[in-house]
Write a new protein. Sequence first.
Length: 122
Amino acid sequence: MSRRFMVFIALVAFLFTVTNCQAPLRKATPPVDPTLITGIVKDSNGSALGHASVKAVKKGSNFTASSTTDSSGEYILKNLETGTYQVTASLYGYLPSTRETELSTDGDQARIDFELQYKPNR
């Protein structure tokens, strides 16, 4: 074999090795904030209601998310899909309250505060 041919083969082998060892360049994608609904549940006097149930139901689907308020009355519903939600807060002894919100894109965050009215015994 000629010297030229040997140099050519060595060059091809080198280029093959170099190009296959490099990881493909990927475009960096910024992190997306979670899609969520947060808020606080209080009574008509402004006192926080701990242990209240908060449930979000996505319209037109069976997707639901639920949470319980902490001692400060705060709740968070995480990892939600985009769409329109009926959000209901309830607690024994109080009338439930429902509100609607739209999460139109990934990363949307909505805040819904509730004021529950005391339900008198009859």
